[in-house]
Design a protein around this ligand. Structure first.
Ligand code: C5P
Length: 222
């Protein structure tokens, strides 16, 4: 257990995965379980922070004690909740898997198959990039912003490029594959810093990675 080094701080964590509806019964989603974000929220609370957890579709996970949980569904809803909570935050950690695209049209009635007809293509439009937006336009000077990246290959090179593109202070890069990371209790990562730092995190519990993220974030807080 770490010192209460985040006492008096407000931190925002996003967790889970957004769902982008096609119609009232269908959505485009992803395999993020929310466990890493919940571990970040729990560890920040244990270190004394006031924590806002913006939780996208994490119904299976219990609310962490003493944490303010804001449930959301879509990327647009997640953006609203994160911007609102980030206004007075010392740090924001974007652990949620946010859909890059959403269906251009939402059908208010269930989409039906029609006899003898090919299905309609699904047209997508871009979602806002929340991490890039909050990094470019910081709600507070000195606010520390952390992103996550799941990469399948060229993990470090892709991670460095993403860190620069997003403009955040730290990027936690996970290698993902068929059996890695998603839904698992454990994680393995490298945390890249905008200052050029590189912190490898060995395979271990998501709580351990969370504590290292807070160590690195705390060191960057004014
Ligand atoms: O670009 P990519 O989806 O790989 O970036 C992942 C990081 O960016 C995560 O921290 C995720 O929360 C954030 N993100 C975002 N808005 C998006 C897509 C990703 O904030 N539309």
């Amino acid at each position: 257990v770490r010192e209460p080094d985040l006492a008096g701080r407000h931190v925002v964590v996003s967790a889970g995965g957004t769902r982008e509806p096609l119609d009232p019964v269908r959505f485009l989603g992803n395999r993020s379980s929310g466990k890493q974000g919940y571990a970040l929220a729990r560890t920040a609370a244990a270190r004394g922070a006031r924590v806002t957890l913006v939780a996208a579709n994490t119904t299976g996970l219990p609310d962490p004690a003493g944490v303010d949980v804001v449930p959301v569904g879509t990327a647009v809803q997640l953006r609203e909740a994160v911007l609102k909570a980030a206004a007075d935050a010392d740090a924001v950690v974007m652990a949620a898997a946010v859909a890059d695209f959403r269906p251009a049209v939402y059908a208010t009635g269930k989409i039906k198959k029609k006899d003898g007809q090919e299905p309609e293509p699904i047209v997508l439009v871009r979602n806002p990039d929340i991490l890039a937006e909050i990094s470019a336009d910081r709600a507070r000077p000195g606010q520390v912003i952390v992103g996550f990246a799941a990469e399948t290959d060229d993990v470090l090179a892709n991670g460095r490029a993403k860190l620069a593109r997003k403009g955040c202070d730290l990027l936690v890069v996970n290698e993902v594959g068929e059996r890695k990371t998603f839904g698992s209790e454990e994680n393995e990562a490298v945390v890249l810093g905008a200052d050029g730092s590189e912190t490898p995190v060995p395979h271990g519990p998501k709580e351990a990675l969370a504590d290292i993220v807070w160590d690195l974030a705390a060191a960057r807080l004014g």
